[in-house]
Write a protein that binds this ligand. Structure first.
Ligand SMILES: Cc1cc2nc3c(=O)[nH]c(=O)nc-3n(C[C@H](O)[C@H](O)[C@H](O)COP(=O)(O)OP(=O)(O)OC[C@H]3O[C@@H](n4cnc5c(N)ncnc54)[C@H](O)[C@@H]3O)c2cc1C
Length: 593
């Protein structure tokens, strides 16, 4: 029986309607089911990296239609635009690509569906700059993670984005679990990751002083770091704009015309664009875009993860990004002798896990985040949070970070990862379509890998565009984005000098995060200004603290209105449909009565 026949048999056992065929080097699955888990299982069964380019899973989930928000505008503002490169997606990958492309003398347009950049996975994650010790040396995840990790310090310095490199730690509870650490340390050597070593409890206390008593030791990985993922994405976008890229927000790519293996036209809600080259950086929709372009060899199956943000006063409890080994079951009530899953089997399961597990993370802004979990969901837009996820995260982490509890929670959110069934990135030149570059399936560690992915995309774009004429380096490219004043990082003397020069910095708007009116005005006057409350929050943090905007939101609305000439009723929270104010509750003459 051929391998395809065997696969068909196994699929039919899963559901009689499931079947498979080979098409242009991919394996294509069809059928329908009302059970999403079966559809994902079918996709996983079909993976055969040696034989196929990838799995294209077209099995339908009965009764489910992907809902995507309607565009908020429909006009012809971009009709006839013909940039050298059109980047689709304003996440960290798309924004990094737009910036990297401007190192060359190439005209660059970026189309982002949302009202701002960093609205997808790039703002809904923990911001860990990963070490990446459990990848195979051939995986794109490994190649780009290693390169990206090494680029982060310099990039953050250039862009004025927070970065700390205090390492990552994998905790174990028992001596026998050292086996997992030994295997991982050996893999780290193979992957050329420096400094990874096992530390017994006493030594580990110098890295993480608040680990609980039952911890035996842990694997310390010094090259792990932390950044602010949304600030990084905004900074990349702003620097791309300063260097001449055009970022078009509220611009949805809705279709493409292809002919003779080439994209001829890209249809958007703002008109038809005719780029020479397209870069697909559309996150959880990257397979949909690849389909439009006739270049699909993979499928994104959305995987949701929830993160919980703790009050800053608990930030001291963790200094790194710290997780327990999946082989470790913490004692229930302080007793050291707890049953745990079997030895070698658990080690192997841990090595093959596709998620990095639930961690306690010290964020770039001094909070503690715990999470994320990992749930397969059909809906690419499903960022709902559930009590079950919260419970599971607390359950996993409460005995790692003892003394941190539900009373410390200030916010929680969920993000959707974009894994392929092969569980690797798809960063490549077009296979069936000549003028597309794919940066698809960028699940974790996408934040870490993005700068390196962007470097390759820019180089391949320059190579491709050389067909149309010589592509020069851009002599005026400036990688540096001047950091704007940040009051909470300043000494008393520095603050006094700044306030004397610009009194707006003396007017504190957000007391939790110490954000001044001057900083909010800077955000509104930046190279990529976005006049909404949430955009300001992502840029300079008013509303990110304990009160979650309870006090400062009305003031932010007022500042945006004054700066732009909008009425307060016109200022929105996020997209154009998210109004905050609807009118006066009292006539002006009655105010204060
Ligand atoms: C819970 C969670 C935790 C994570 N933790 C980490 C971590 O600690 N470290 C790490 O390195 N990585 C982490 N990741 C992974 C990381 O967040 C992603 O890999 C990364 O953000 C992907 O970036 P992107 O630019 O590819 O996608 P996105 O940020 O999703 O951007 C894609 C963009 O494309 C736009 N788009 C889609 N379709 C269209 C269209 N038709 N027209 C126009 N625009 C379109 C979307 O609106 C979106 O803005 C985590 C992810 C999750 C979900």
């Amino acid at each position: 029986m051929s391998r395809l026949e065997k696969l068909k048999k196994r699929l039919a056992e899963l559901d009689p309607s499931f079947t498979a065929k080979e098409d242009r080097g991919t394996v294509v699955l069809t059928g329908e089911s009302d059970d999403w888990r079966k559809i994902v299982r079918a996709g996983k069964l079909a993976v055969d990296k040696k034989r196929y380019l990838g799995v294209v899973n077209r099995i339908r989930l009965k009764g489910f239609e992907q809902r995507t928000p309607d565009p908020i505008v429909r006009d012809k503002a971009l009709d006839g635009a013909a940039p050298d490169v059109l980047v689709i997606g304003g996440g960290i990958v798309g924004c990094a690509a737009a910036r990297a492309l401007r190192r060359y003398d190439i005209s660059v347009m970026l189309a982002e569906r949302g009202y701002d950049v960093a609205l997808g996975g790039s703002s809904r994650n923990g911001g860990v700059v990963h070490v990446g010790i459990n990848y195979s040396p051939h995986a794109q995840k490994h190649i780009y993670n290693n390169r990206g990790n090494a680029m982060y310090e310099g990039l953050c310095r250039d862009l004025g984005v927070p970065f700390e490199q205090k390492g990552q730690v994998l905790l174990i509870g028992k001596r026998w679990e050292k086996l997992l650490c030994t295997v991982l340390a050996l893999n780290a050597k193979r992957l050329l990751i420096p400094g990874v070593k096992f530390m017994k409890r006493e030594e580990l206390l110098s890295v993480e002083p608040h680990i609980p008593e039952w911890i035996y030791g842990g694997l310390y990985m010094p090259t792990g770091g932390i950044t602010s993922p949304y600030q990084m994405t905004v900074a990349l976008a702003e620097n791309a704009v300063t260097n001449g890229a055009r970022i078009c927000l509220n611009t949805v790519v809705e279709g493409m015309d292809t002919e003779d293996g080439k994209i001829r036209a890209v249809y958007t809600n703002r008109g038809v664009i005719r780029p020479k080259l397209v870069i697909n950086a559309a996150g959880v929709y990257s397979d949909v875009i690849a389909d439009m372009a006739g270049d699909r060899t993979f499928t994104v199956h959305p995987r949701k993860g929830t993160d919980i943000i703790m009050d800053k006063k608990k930030g001291y409890m963790v200094r790194t990004s710290m997780a327990k080994s999946p082989t470790t079951v913490p004692p229930v009530s302080g007793g050291a002798e707890e049953a745990r899953p079997g030895g070698l089997k658990a080690v192997i399961a841990a090595l093959h896990s596709h998620t990095k597990g639930i961690a306690s993370i010290h964020t770039a802004d001094g909070n503690m985040i715990i999470g994320p979990d990992a749930l397969e969901v059909p809906d690419r837009e499903d960022t709902s949070t559930t009590a079950e996820s919260m419970d599971a995260i607390f359950d996993a982490q409460s005995r790692i970070s003892e003394g941190v509890g539900r009373q410390d929670v200030i916010a929680y959110f969920a993000g959707v990862r974009a894994p392929t069934y092969e569980e690797d990135f798809v960063v490549r030149k077009g296979i069936f379509t000549e003028n597309i570059l794919e940066a698809a399936g960028i699940q974790s560690p996408g934040i870490t890998a993005a700068p390196a992915i962007a470097e390759d995309l820019a180089e391949w774009a320059a190579e491709y565009l050389a067909k149309f004429g010589k592509v020069r380096r851009n002599p005026s490219f400036d990688p540096v984005r001047k950091k704007k004043p940040c009051l909470r990082e300043m000494t008393e003397e520095e603050r006094a000098a700044l306030i004397a020069e610009r009194p707006d910095y003396g007017e504190i708007v957000c007391r939790c995060e110490e954000v001044s009116k001057g900083e909010i005005l800077d955000a509104l006057r930046s190279p990529l200004p976005v006049y909404t409350v949430d955009a300001v929050k992502r840029r300079v943090r008013p509303g990110m603290g304990r009160c979650q905007g309870g006090f400062c939101s009305p003031l932010v609305v007022k500042i945006i209105a004054e700066e732009t000439g909008m009425t307060p009723e016109e200022v929105t929270k996020g997209n154009a449909r998210s109004n905050i104010l609807f009118g006066d509750t009292k006539h002006p003459g009655e105010q204060g009565k």
